[in-house]
Design a protein around this ligand. Sequence first.
Ligand code: ZN
Length: 260
Amino acid sequence: MTRTDGPAPLAVLSGTLLLALGAYIGVPYLLVQWRNLGLVRHGHGGTRTLALTFDDGPDPASTPAVLDALKAAGVHATFFVLTPAAHAHPDLTARILAEGHQLELHAVTHRHAWTRRPWRAYLDPLRGAAQLAALTGRRPRYHRPPHGAYTLATLLGQRRARLRGAHWSVEAHDWHPDFTPQDVHDRVLAQATPGAVIVMHDAGPGARNTVPALPGLLAALQAAGYALHTLDTLPGLRPLGLRGALTRHAPTATPTEGPR
Ligand SMILES: [Zn+2]
């Protein structure tokens, strides 16, 4: 007599779970979070332009100093804000806009997408976009989820909220506990290339380095011939197609390496 039993129920369950995890986290991680398919992360590189972006604010303890430095240098940047902070500090939010900077969505709740319930990860960009629109009268166009982390729920929420995912090509590492303001300055200057999108922080641990580093860094970037743009005006910024995602350089750090 031959055995005709199928796979054990446990094996079927494990296989199904693995497939589900692959669809929910694995594929979004490989294609979007790591290779940035469908995201913006870099201008075209043909001109000496770049974009500074600041995450996690606004914070009255540090954002004003960032704004002061940008104003003194006569340049504009893009701020990916946390909506509770934006609502708690409407004057600061208004100042960001009044001084010509671009305001976009980071999150309502600053948590890595992999650690959230799918429904929460899906709703976060929807709620965030609505909250920013209510505060400023303008819907955000870009969304940079915390840590640049994606699940299928993040992607679906982004799409439903009509937001474009925004990554970066240079990470300042300003949050790194061993980094000094000089380290941040040197790293950004060494890694800046035409078209780069640089991620820094105007709040949280990264601001400890970014606030003191920024005036000198802006002067050095300008001395190197760079014109600083918002994402809206950065030449050649467009979502990566499959070829661009697979052939252009990967982000400078793994997305789970530290806070963003
Ligand atoms: Zn962040």
